[in-house]
Ligand binder design. Structure first.
Ligand code: GDP
Ligand code: MG
Length: 466
């Protein structure tokens, strides 16, 4: 049972539709006094409304009797609503003025303005959803592609929770077996963990491992792809950014060191965002501002999901920069040989192709020009490769949240340690103790233990009225 916190008993209200002008707005009221509060504004409501029914009538200011709006009221009985509490949804005419007025009147009648995510928090408190499903709701609201909404919807429907619960079942089962052998050994009989137990622990370990690896795709689905454009000054990084997003976003000049801060522009691949990051050219410099820019470039190179190294093929020294970048790469980076329009004979390209081949990066190299647009499509296709892969996967059942991976890693650590202990014939007590750590982690994941900071962090991300 989850402990209630101050304010959890209040009847809460909020505007649940997006602010601004629209055809209708929806105001939600939830709590034990939802009906009695709303009834004072909507005297046309019958005293015992039917659950899941709509009622139409005039909403009035209870103090002055002034007409506020004509509204539709949906009634959801206690135990039959999203929050699990008595809930009323008032659909009024759109626009901020009317909905804000109704909200004020509700507050005047004793309802409290809901905190962000508080309706979903209540659904969680009342056991309508677990923490993972609640996060799925947030994911669904935020999702921007078919795949990420599929991932969020399956999470909301409990697919991921079931996987986490299965982990819990295994941990509990293994723990119980160990307990039994502890009891036996106290009777003077030594029992080794059975083969069944070992098998189950190993299967559990690989399942947890699979879930952790699904985050690689899940994270892309949820957050999209960050791509850093790096290279020497004047290679054409800013020009390339502009060509990719088909807009003049970054300043381009023939002065090396023009870009000092980083600029981020978003494109979409079937709805999934790709964030292109233009950076300062990497070189030794005494200029304080440029130096900071270079540090940011190096940071972007290290943290982005993908990196495009831009090389000026017309620069007689390109070879040095190219091999430096290839040698310094910490992951598989991409290479864009820019200014190919200046290669009159095709000789430069042939040399660069041979060099890319020699360095083993030919498959990740594109030739083109930010000025003529050559090669831009090819580069975009290459970068979107990982996103095309997740398209086929469909998204359902993937781990998409950092919190889940953190929890799963804790579980993995505990299972791996337990397996090692089993191998070393350690005492069942020790093994059971180790597995408790994993069990605690899975309880935290599902919200079975009330971790105030975790809960606060999750629900704060929600918008008002959800
Ligand atoms: N001919 C040619 N010039 C280019 C190309 N791309 C960029 N430039 C020029 O190279 C210079 C530096 O470009 P810029 O995008 O500011 O480079 P950055 O310092 O890497 O951001 C500018 O004068 C651009 O017009 C290209 O594909 N072909
Ligand atoms: Mg630039």
């Amino acid at each position: 049972m989850i402990p209630a916190r101050p304010g959890d008993e209040d009847t809460i209200c909020a505007i649940s539709t997006a602010p601004g002008v629209g055809a209708i707005s929806v105001i939600r009221v939830s709590g034990s006094k939802a009906l009695s509060t709303v009834s004072r504004l909507a005297p046309f409501l019958v005293s015992c409304p039917e659950s899941h029914r709509l009622y139409f009538g005039s909403l009035k200011d209870p103090a002055s009797g002034d007409l506020v709006d004509e509204v539709l009221i949906a009634y959801f009985a206690n135990g039959r609503s999203f929050t699990g509490e008595e809930t009323i949804e008032i659909s009024c005419h759109g626009g901020d003025a009317i909905s804000s007025r109704i909200l004020e009147l509700l507050i005047g009648q004793g309802a409290r303005l809901a905190r962000p995510g508080e309706f979903t928090y209540r659904a969680f408190l009342n056991g309508r959803v677990d923490l993972v499903q609640a996060e799925g709701i947030l994911g669904l609201i935020e999702s921007r592609s078919k795949e990420s909404s599929a991932a969020a919807l399956s999470q909301l429907k409990g697919e991921l929770s079931r996987k986490f619960s299965a982990i819990e079942d295994d941990l509990v089962w293994i723990g119980a077996q160990l307990e039994a052998s502890i009891d036996f050994s106290s009777d003077g009989i030594e029992l080794k963990p059975s083969k069944d137990l070992l098998d189950r622990a190993q299967r559990l370990n690989s399942r947890v491992g699979d879930l952790i690896s699904s985050y690689q795709k899940g994270r892309l689905l949820r957050n999209g792809l960050a791509v850093a454009l790096v290279g020497s000054p004047n290679a054409g990084k800013s020009s390339l950014l502009n060509a990719i997003v088909e807009e003049e976003r970054a300043i381009v000049t023939d002065q090396p060191g023009t870009t000092r801060d980083w600029i981020e522009v978003e494109t979409r691949f079937h709805g999934t965002p790709i964030r292109w990051i233009d950076t300062a050219g990497i070189r030794e410099t005494r200029d304080v501002v440029e130096k900071l820019g270079v540090e940011k470039s190096l940071h972007a190179r290290n943290t982005a999901d993908a990196v495009v190294v831009v090389i000026d093929i017309s620069d007689t020294d390109w070879r040095v920069g190219f091999s430096d970048f290839v040698r310094g790469a910490k992951k598989a980076e991409h290479y864009f040989f820019n200014k190919i329009d200046l290669d009159r004979t095709g000789e430069w390209r042939a040399t660069a192709e041979a060099e890319a081949e020699r360095l083993g990066v030919a498959g990740r190299t594109v030739f083109g020009s930010a000025v003529t647009g050559d090669g831009i499509g090819e580069l975009k296709t290459m970068i979107a490769g990982p996103l095309r892969e997740i398209e086929g996967v469909g998204g359902a059942g993937l781990v998409t949240q950092a919190r889940h991976v953190e929890g799963l890693k804790k579980i993995q650590g505990s299972v791996v340690k337990a397996l090692n202990l089993i191998e070393k014939d350690a005492s069942p007590e020790l093994i059971a103790y180790e597995l408790q750590v994993g069990l605690k982690a899975v309880h935290e994941l599902l919200g079975k233990v009330f971790h105030e900071q975790v809960i606060d962090r999750i629900f704060k991300e929600f918008c008002l009225g959800k």
